[in-house]
Design a protein around this ligand. Sequence first.
Ligand code: TXA
Ligand code: MG
Length: 343
Amino acid sequence: MTTKFISADPERFAESDLSDAAKAIRDGGLVAFPTETVYGLGASGINDRAVKRIFEAKGRPSNNPLILHFASVGDCNEYAVCDDRFLALADAFMPGPLTVVLPSRGNCAPSVTAGLSTVAVRVPMHPVARSLIKAAGVPIAAPSANLSGKPSPTTCDHVKNDLNGKVEFVIDGGACTVGLESTIVKLDPTGATLLRPGGITLEMLKSVLGEVDVAPEVLAPPAPGAVPESPGMLLKHYSPNAPLYLVRSDDHARLTSFFHEASMQPDNAIICFNGDVNPKNNVYYLGDRDDEFEHARRLFDLLRVADKPGIRRIYAPMPRREGIGLALQNRMLRAAAFRIKDI
Ligand code: TXA
Ligand code: MG
């Protein structure tokens, strides 16, 4: 298949630029599109054959359910049972980088929910994503537009590397502004559980919901035989070919001298903060040390570029747990297969 690329600058695209892609969605095709978090690989959420193609294109296990994307909060209620807590969250954070798991009404394509009685719903903020969903006229089922096991794509180039020739359209809307996948919170009768941290932080969720539990798999490897609430958390994720090590120290000077030493060896790659190590081959920068939003924007790109042939080890700093740091720590722990180096 020849993949067609469409360019859609979020600030000046016309709705008509998206009409061929929207038609492809309606006709059962696959369209990769930008969102504020990461690029998504979309298909009509009411066409089971189309949704099955997503799993094939990504090499994704069929027991891992997908998120349904809507153009507006009001549309979610047609497919999910939306209660007052959902509406309060929606008021505060939607459209935006938040996904809510709710009881399903059972009317989306069965492969979307992978047999669960719940469905994950999200209203993205990215203007191209919203226009595409509106023009398609159906909810769009979309996982991240990477091959299963690779870091989520935050640029059109990442999508091209992974999915060229496997999808009808790729819409280039520039680099994603959040850079990590959406926060996922599950609402059930007994309470709320954070399944995946993201741009809407745990602190922000608590400001609306009060109590929010954190699923154990957010910061710990799944216990053998455990069934996590979010099946995606079971899988090996975001793993570079070269092993990644998260370096942890209370003392920043010690951390920088560790990175400096490690950068002397040509088969090491270093992901660090601006100013930690002088620029040289295989040293990559997350941004200023206190700018965690910038770290989030850059992380997935750096995991891809640092993972070059000839690199045997990648070192990166262990993020903190507060704010968006929790999401960074969650993604980096998985990319590192929970390898932490205390120094
Ligand atoms: O930011 C995002 O959420 C991006 C963009 C494209 O919207 N999408 C994304 O999708 O990250 P994906 O498939 O890569 O991650 C979705 C996660 C998976 O871990 C999946 O197991 C979980 O959501 N999930 C989906 N439906 C669920 C459900 N009903 N209950 C629990 N977890 C669910
Ligand atoms: Mg994904």
